[in-house]
Design a protein around this ligand. Structure first.
Ligand SMILES: *Cc1c(COP(=O)(O)O)cnc(C)c1O
Length: 381
């Protein structure tokens, strides 16, 4: 029987605890680089931690259960997981991407990817026809973020699958913004799902991690091979922290979402706020699509202020809310995408997307929502 996702956050598909020595309820941290062999040609199932480790294996199993994957590799960072994706492609391959990807992904694609001869182009993937028109003879994959970062464009995953089938493309989805608690792209036909585990999954703004999950057995085998060869694995202790973080994923996601919904509503009423980008607002152009493919709207809000001065004052004046990069943790954070997360995105692209000097991104944490609103109110005053 399949457990509900709330249960899977804690137990995965079940049975993990029975494997722990001495009946330990919490997963032991197998802080070892290597494993002894019981005899020549025999293995305990674990040989060397770069390849596999019991603490990390338990985390990977939990992630596979949350995403409905056949396999997941736990990487040292989200970028390491994205780099692993890149290894699947070679010179002259073309990858068509959502236009406002995480800035670090754009940096990786346009430098390391381009050096290897991989071609990238970026379109507004919320427009299906536009995506179709940009598919080339050498296109090998669609690389999607939905909702996107930071302008919250929603891409229809079922439509992307239809195009992927028609043109024989891999469908890769960065699912960091909603986490597996709210969205499972593999269910809609994605071949690969990427996560920055640093964000909602770990949840406490204290550990970096990344995941790459797949529903395709042949791809899983290829990725396992690349994973052990490159050495981008998550350490045993950090794997333990991720398992611990994921235990509370469901309660954090619900609380963060309810805080975000109230804050988005409040921001909309502020005179100095000219536009609010939150997928949970019915006027949002992606509201219906997101409802079809996700179980929630998450807790990421972007908003535009009436001037650069207002935006800068907010960043300088917030007291409870922290002015910092990153997102998804227990602490509410506010960022200046133009200078921080999207600093490496070419200026003309930022301009076109509206990632300008009056534009801020807010990640709602789990603090009391009235305290958060009061902090924003004094910063906006
Ligand atoms: C943070 C982030 C990444 C990169 O992950 P790291 O863990 O920082 O390496 C990739 N994609 C998205 C959407 C992110 O927010």
């Amino acid at each position: 029987m399949d457990y509900d996702i709330e249960t899977r956050c804690i137990h995965g598909r079940g049975g993990n605890q029975e494997k722990h020595p001495f009946g330990a309820v919490s997963v032991p941290i197998f802080q070892t680089a290597t494993f002894s062999h019981p005899g020549i040609g025999h293995s305990t199932g674990y040989d060397y931690t770069r390849e596999s480790n019991p603490t990390r294996a338990e985390l990977e199993e939990i992630m596979s259960s949350l995403e409905g994957a056949v396999d997941t590799v736990a990487c040292s960072t989200g970028m390491a997981a994205i780099e692993l994706c890149l290894e699947l492609f070679g010179a002259k391959d073309h990858i068509l991407c959502s236009e406002d990807l995480y800035g670090g992904s754009v940096r990786m694609f346009d430098t390391i990817g381009a050096q290897r001869g991989i071609e990238f182009s970026y379109v507004n993937t919320s427009k299906v026809k536009l995506v179709e028109n940009h598919i080339q003879e050498n296109t090998k994959a669609l690389y999607i973020e939905t909702p996107s970062n930071p302008t919250m464009q929603v891409t229809d995953l079922a439509q992307m699958r239809r195009l992927a089938d028609e043109f024989h493309l891999l469908l890769i989805v960065d699912n960091t913004f909603l986490s597996p608690y709210f969205q499972n792209p593999l269910e809609f036909g994605a071949d690969l799902v990427v996560h920055s585990g640093t964000k909602f999954l770990e949840g406490h703004n204290d550990t970096l991690a990344g995941f790459l999950s797949t529903s395709n057995a042949a791809l899983a085998e290829r990725i396992r091979y690349l994973f052990k060869t490159i050495g981008c694995c998550l350490a045993p202790f950090d794997s333990f922290l991720l398992i611990r973080g994921i235990k509370t994923l469901s309660v954090r996601m619900e609380k963060q979402q309810s805080n975000a919904a109230k804050i988005a509503g409040w921001l909309k009423q502020q005179e100095k706020v000219t536009q609010v980008y939150y997928v949970g607002i019915p006027e949002h152009p992606g509201y219906e699509t997101n409802r079809r493919q996700a179980r929630g709207a998450g807790s990421m809000i972007s908003f535009r202020t009436d001037s650069e001065e207002t935006a800068r004052l907010i960043l300088e004046r917030v007291k409870l809310i922290t002015y910092a990069e990153s997102l998804g943790g227990a602490e509410s954070l506010i960022t200046y995408p133009m200078l921080q997360t999207h600093g490496d995105v070419p200026a003309e692209v930022r301009e076109r997307l509206g990632i300008t000097s009056d534009f801020l991104r807010f990640s709602a944490g789990i603090e009391n929502v009235d305290d958060l609103i009061a902090d924003l109110a004094q910063a906006l005053a």
